[in-house]
Each structure stands twice: as C-alpha cells, then as structure tokens.
Design a protein around this ligand. Structure first.
Ligand SMILES: *[C@@H]1O[C@H](CO)[C@@H](O)[C@H](O)[C@H]1NC(C)=O
Ligand SMILES: *[C@@H]1O[C@H](CO)[C@@H](O)[C@H](O)[C@H]1NC(C)=O
Ligand SMILES: *[C@@H]1O[C@H](CO)[C@@H](O)[C@H](O)[C@H]1NC(C)=O
Ligand SMILES: *[C@@H]1O[C@H](CO)[C@@H](O)[C@H](O)[C@H]1NC(C)=O
Ligand SMILES: *[C@@H]1O[C@H](CO)[C@@H](O)[C@H](O)[C@H]1NC(C)=O
Length: 354
C-alpha cells in the first residue's frame, strides 16, 4: 500500500507533440508550387507551363473586363479553390480580383491581390456555391482608368467536404504529427504490464492566434470559444491611443487591463497593439488638432511611456507603429519639425551672430 501512496508509477514521457490544426490549412490543389508566396515574381515558377492558360485582358473603366476567362459548371455544395498569376501592363499597381457571374448567380468574389507592373503576383482565393450553374470567371479591377492585365495559369479546383477533410488529415498527418513514446515503469524500474494510459489534450501547442475585442469580457461563449483554441492574441482596438486616452489627460485602461487579465488567466500570449499609428486618420481627435510641435512631441512621449510601462513584462512584443509602410504621419511631422527647428536655430544665429 505504501508504495502506492508514494506515487507508484513513474511516467517517463518522451513527447514532442503535435497536433491539431482546425480548418484553414493550405491545400495542394494546384499544379504549381503552392507555397504562400506573397512577393511578386519576375519569372513564373518553372513548374508552370507558360503558354498554357495565358490571357491578356483589358479591364474597362467600369471595372469589368470585356472578356470571359473561363466558363465553368459549378456544382452545388462544391468548395472551390481558385488561383491565377496576374501582372499589369500599363500601371504601377492596383487591386485585381476574381469574380464569378452567371444566370441566377450574383457576383461572387473569389479572391483579390494587389497586382503590379513588371512582375507576377499570385492571386489565390476560393468560394462555396449553393447552386449548380454555369458561371463565367471574370477578372475585375476598380479604378479610374482602364487597366491591362496579363493573366496566366488560371486554376480552379473543386472539393467536397469529405475530400477537403481527407486532404486536411493527410497534411496534419505529415506536418503536425510526430511519434510519441511512453515508457511506464514502477519506481524500481521494472516494467508495468497491462497498464491503461489515457491522454487528454487540454491545450493546443501550436501557436495559433486571433485578435479579440472587448466583447469577450461580456460573453461567456465568446470567451470559451476563444481560449479553447487560441494561444496568442492582440486586442483589436482596446490598447490603441484613441481608446486609452480619448480625452486629453484622461487615461482609461479599463478595457485593456481587463482583457490583459483575461488573457493571462487563460495563458494566452499577448502582442501589444499598438503604441502609435502612422495613419493621421486614427490619431485621437485631440492629437490631430495639436499645432505646437513641442506639445505634440510631449504627448507622443507620454503615450509611449504610459502604455509601454503599464504592460511592461507582460507582452511578447509591441506593434510600435502600426501601418508605417503606407502611412507616415509621425515621420512627416517630426521630419518637418526637425527642419523647422534648424531653421529657427539658423535665424537665431543670424540675428545674434552666434
Ligand atoms: C444561396 O446563397 C445566397 C446568398 O447567401 C442566397 O441568397 C440564396 O438564396 C441561396 N440559394 C439557395 C438555392 O440556397
Ligand atoms: C467527394 O470527393 C471524393 C474524393 O474526390 C470522392 O471520392 C467522393 O465520391 C466525393 N463525394 C461526393 C458526394 O461527391
Ligand atoms: C518492482 O515494484 C513492483 C511494484 O511495487 C513489484 O510488483 C515488483 O515485484 C518489483 N520488482 C522488483 C524486481 O523488485
Ligand atoms: C473608462 O472606460 C470604461 C470602459 O469603456 C467605462 O465604463 C468607464 O466609464 C470609463 N471611465 C471613465 C472615468 O471615463
Ligand atoms: C513639453 O515638456 C517639457 C518637459 O516636461 C516642458 O518643459 C514643456 O513646457 C512642454 N511643452 C509644451 C508645449 O507643453
């Protein structure tokens, strides 16, 4: 009996797990290298048979091309993947999307990419249809001027749910699973025969994340749904400056604090989002109206100190400046101030001969 009380079994467990990934795994439906390439390629991958499926489209001003790329019969209940390589001929860049149109079928968008001139972008998408009907596949682009688009290698593949699941399982088998060996012995190292071991997964080890918003504080079902599958998060808007300091000098971290606590209690990692945002539109209203450069510098520094100190040591990182590739609010302003300061200094020097 005593031995039992001492914790009879030593479970020596060699584990490197696992496991499971829900829907959303990339599929292998096409003949090309399907890795999620987002960069624009000067040359198409060699696996692609150029010449086959090559199309030149001219998109009219109303955003609709005059030419049907493919006419296909869709099957009710089908899950479709679609892809194509696209390139612009006369413009630097613009969004190009795939659209389906048919009798009794509304326009259904099948995916979009920002296409560029001089290189090939991979447009990938998919859709589910609830009718059996012939449809046309079109390429569209909204813009003020007509666009000329090269399209290569349009690929459409149909799946049914069983098929989809089968492929998913195959990929899970290949990528997400590995062998686990259990060795169960008594404390004296002799083998335990006929023991029954049960294993229950309590958390996924795969770092799959999702944004969350403050409604998670109010909804049990949202919370349960979220924490049972995600291990990583960012708050949609609750840490943003316009939320935490809507009125100048009145900081309010109620929502962010509560969400932080919820995440920590459930062992969900948090990436801070965001200290600053480079889009002028999304500054707190009172910030947009500041005209004194020193003042702006002060409030910006105050923002950094406030939010970063508050969550210090509790985040896995920060989005320091959100959307700073296509916007430049802070760079523009501080660059401007820098030169303004230089100019002031210069005039001062001139006046006082320093
Ligand atoms: C198919 O889906 C569309 C959009 O959800 C809906 O308006 C339409 O009634 C559905 N058609 C059928 C046959 O279920
Ligand atoms: C679904 O797809 C699988 C694999 O392609 C096929 O064997 C099966 O017959 C399909 N089922 C239906 C209902 O179409
Ligand atoms: C090891 O411990 C188990 C359980 O206490 C016992 O049944 C077994 O006889 C022991 N073996 C040896 C070699 O002592
Ligand atoms: C702070 O924010 C919370 C959540 O939005 C709100 O309920 C509360 O009234 C705010 N406090 C102040 C002092 O404005
Ligand atoms: C900015 O902060 C500094 C240091 O706290 C202070 O001396 C200065 O008056 C502030 N500037 C403005 C415009 O508030």
């Amino acid at each position: 009996m005593k031995r039992f009380n001492n914790g009879v079994f030593h479970f020596v467990v060699f584990i490197s797990i696992l496991l499971f990934l829900g829907p959303g795994l990339s599929m292998h439906p096409f003949s090309y290298d399907h890795s999620l390439k987002s960069e624009c390629l000067m040359e198409l991958p060699q696996t692609i048979n150029t010449g086959e499926g090559f199309q030149e489209l001219k998109i009219k001003e109303n955003g609709e091309n005059g030419k049907v790329v493919e006419r296909v019969n869709l099957q009710k209940g089908g899950i479709y993947s679609i892809s194509a390589w696209v390139k612009l001929r006369n413009e630097k860049e613009r969004a190009v999307r795939i659209t389906l149109r048919g009798k009794n079928v509304r326009y259904v968008d099948g995916g979009q990419v920002i296409a560029k001139k001089g290189c090939w972008s991979l447009l990938k998408g998919g859709f589910i249809v609830n009718v059996s009907a012939p449809v046309d596949i079109l390429f569209k682009s909204d813009g003020s001027a007509a666009a000329e688009i090269n399209v290569q290698n349009v690929r459409l593949q149909r799946f049914n749910k069983t098929h989809w699941r089968l492929q998913q399982d195959q990929v899970i088998e290949k990528i997400r699973k590995s062998k686990v060996r259990f060795q169960v012995s008594f404390q004296n190292k002799s083998t335990v025969e006929g023991s029954l071991i049960s294993i229950k997964q309590i958390r996924p080890s795969f770092l799959l994340g999702c944004a969350m918003n403050y409604r998670i504080l109010e909804s049990d079902s949202y919370r349960e749904w979220f924490v049972s599958r995600f291990r990583l998060t960012s708050f949609t808007n609750e840490m943003k400056w316009y939320t935490t300091e809507e009125v100048r000098g009145q900081e309010n971290y109620t929502l962010a604090d509560a969400m932080m606590q919820l995440a920590e209690e459930n062992k969900v990692l948090v990436k801070g989002h965001t200290v600053l945002w480079d889009d002028k539109k999304w500054q707190p209203i009172w910030v947009k109206s500041i005209t004194d450069p020193d003042d702006l510098k002060n409030v910006t520094l105050n923002r950094m100190n406030s939010v970063m100190k508050r969550y210090k040591g509790r985040l896995i990182g920060w989005d320091v400046i959100n959307e700073n590739l296509h916007y430049s609010y802070y760079e523009d302003i501080f660059f401007f101030f820098f030169w303004l300061k230089m100019l002031k200094r210069f005039s001062y020097d001139l006046l006082f001969g320093l």
